[in-house]
Design a protein around this ligand. Sequence first.
Ligand code: GLN
Length: 262
Amino acid sequence: MSVEPLSPSTVVTRLRAAGCVFAEDEAELLLATARRPAELAAMVERRISGLPLEHVLGWAEFHGLRVAVDPGVFVPRRRTEFLVQQALAAADASGPVVLVDLCCGSGALGAALASALPGSELHAADIEPAAVRCARRNLAAFGGHVYEGDLFAPLPAELRGRVSILTANVPYVPSGEVGLLPPEARDHEPLVALDGGADGLDIMRRVALAAPRWLAPGGTLLVETSERQVPGALAAMAAGGLRARLVTSDELYATVVTGVRE
Ligand code: GLN
C-alpha cells in the first residue's frame, strides 16, 4: 500500500499542534532523515506521542558528530559540548592520551574526544546494557573499548594510574526533582542516567573518591553539574584528594567541575 507523502507544511503544523516549540527545525530533520513516506508518517507519530526527537531520528548531533542514540539511551545534551571543550583543553596532545568516559550512555563524549585526539586510547563504561550496545557502535570507528558495569568496576586493571582524561557525565538530578524534568527525559530516558540521589551528587562523589587510583599524575577528572551543586561538587573533588576547579559557560548554560591529580 502506498502512503501519500506528508507535505513539509503539514509536518510543521502537526508538530506545532503537539506542542513542539522548534517545529520547523524538527520538521526539517524528520523530512531529511525519513527514506519513505510511510517512514516519515511513523516518525511524526512517534514524535507527537512524546518520544525525544533524537530517539525518533535515531541520532543526535554532538560536537559536530552524528551520534547514534537508541531508544532508552540518554540523549547527549548540547550543553555537554562544554565538558568536551574543557577535556580537550586539559588534554596534553603532545603525547599519547588515555581517555576514559564513565556513565558513557551513547558514547557521545568519548566519540567527540577521540575524534579530536587521534591516536588516543579510548575506554568507556556504562551500567545500562542498552547504552553499552549503542556506545559500542558509536565508538567502533575510534577503536574504543566499551565495558558494562558500575563506574570503574568493569575497567581493566592495567588502566590504573594511566588515565590522562577521565570524563563522567554522571546522573546529577536530585531524586526529588526527577519528576520536574521534561517528559522526554522522565518517560524515555533511564532513571539510572538521571537520578543522582538526595542532593544529586551521590555518583559524582563516588567517582571523585575512586578517581585518584585511575588517573595518571597530572590527569584530570571532569564532570558536569548544575550551578547549585558547585560547592558540593568542589568539596567532592577535594575529598578525593584532587585539585578542584570550576569552569562555566554562559553560552551553553553549562557548569563543569574538574579535579587534577597532583
Ligand atoms: N537534567 C539534566 C539534563 O537534562 C540531566 C543530566 C544528567 O543527569 N547527567 O541535562
